[in-house]
Design a protein around this ligand. Structure first.
Ligand code: RIB
Ligand code: CA
Length: 309
């Protein structure tokens, strides 16, 4: 059983990460913390409420940082649309955000937990970075940081950088230099798990609300991915973090040194992963270099089927 805090910026793929974490017996989802990223914080927080309510999850949703630590804010409305979660009618939101701030929730939950906690980030790492700066003592009770972000090959916002990192590279720098076990699911592997039409059809055969949400969201996600990247299926990035916690064999990991570029212009936000250990530096990260695609979709299908209505 993994105790986790899921920090995200819903976001179509974030929504499926919440779906996967919300129903798996291996995962004790302590809270969904929200950060600005794919859309502004108001929208990503609303979207997290929509998903938690739609799935009937009894999990607190807590709003966090409204923007990056240093750089100018950027969003990804080209992929996720005006609301940040276009494509599915969630109905009226009746549940409320927890009053707290996500950074305080992360600190208090970790400090007060009798067991270690894994922090999963699926958006810019601002909330976790601020928590690490505000209360470094939390490091003693963090089992692992598992992030969707970065790439040891090429980016998806610039040739060098992936969105979650470039959107707040300073926050990623704080997390990658915290001296904590950190496992990175980068574009190198998430691009191999595209939600192709046959995947959507496969999940459409399941008759419950989780499947209905998956299908509607993925149809929109694929439409925008086709327009932007020309792909027939969008890479379902974020749930790979949770799938790894459910079954670590879904990815192949390689220990290597990763440094976040916060200094340069063209390569700002790059995860410089020393795949061949050219520099002989401390191997501070575990980077996913391959993914078992069949196993991944089996995990996703099992997650969707685990919802009753
Ligand atoms: O680059 C992909 C990542 O950026 C995903 O987490 C997606 O949701 C966006 O946040
Ligand atoms: Ca995300």
């Amino acid at each position: 059983m993994r105790n986790i805090i899921l920090d995200c910026d819903p976001g179509h793929d974030d929504a499926i990460a919440i779906l996967l974490a919300g129903s798996n017996p291996e995962i004790n989802l302590l809270g969904v913390t929200v950060v600005a990223g794919n859309q502004t914080l108001e929208k990503t927080a609303n979207n997290a409420l929509k998903v938690v309510q739609w799935l009937g999850l009894d999990v607190p949703v807590i709003k966090g940082c409204p923007g990056p630590m240093v750089r100018k804010q950027m969003i990804a409305d080209d992929i996720h649309g005006e609301t940040g979660l276009d494509g599915h009618d969630f109905g009226e939101i009746k549940i409320k955000l927890q009053e707290d701030h996500a950074v305080n929730f992360i600190i208090d939950t970790i400090l007060n937990s009798k067991e270690k906690i894994t922090v999963v980030t699926c958006g810019p790492m601002t909330n976790l970075a601020m928590a690490l700066r505000l209360q470094p003592k939390i490091k003693e009770n963090i089992e692992e940081i598992v992030l969707m972000g970065g790439a040891y090959t090429f980016g998806n916002v610039s040739p060098a950088a992936e969105f979650n990192i470039i959107a707040d590279a300073e926050a990623a720098y704080v997390c990658f230099t915290a001296g904590l076990p950190i496992t990175m699911m980068g574009l190198d592997v998430t691009r191999k798990v595209q939600v192709l039409p046959e995947v959507v059809e496969r999940m459409d055969k399941i008759s419950n609300k989780a499947a209905e949400m998956f299908v509607n969201l993925m149809k929109f996600f694929n439409k925008s991915q086709k327009e932007v990247f020309g792909w027939d299926g969008g890479p379902l990035h974020d749930p790979l973090t949770v799938a790894y916690l459910i079954d670590p064999s879904v990815v192949t990991l390689k220990k290597m040194n990763t440094r976040i570029d916060i200094r340069s212009t063209d390569s700002y936000g790059r995860t410089n992963c020393d795949y061949f250990d050219y520099l002989g530096l401390e191997k501070n990260s575990n980077v996913a270099i391959d993914v078992d695609v069949k196993k991944y979709w089996d995990i996703i299908e099992k997650g969707i089927r685990s919802y009753n209505d």
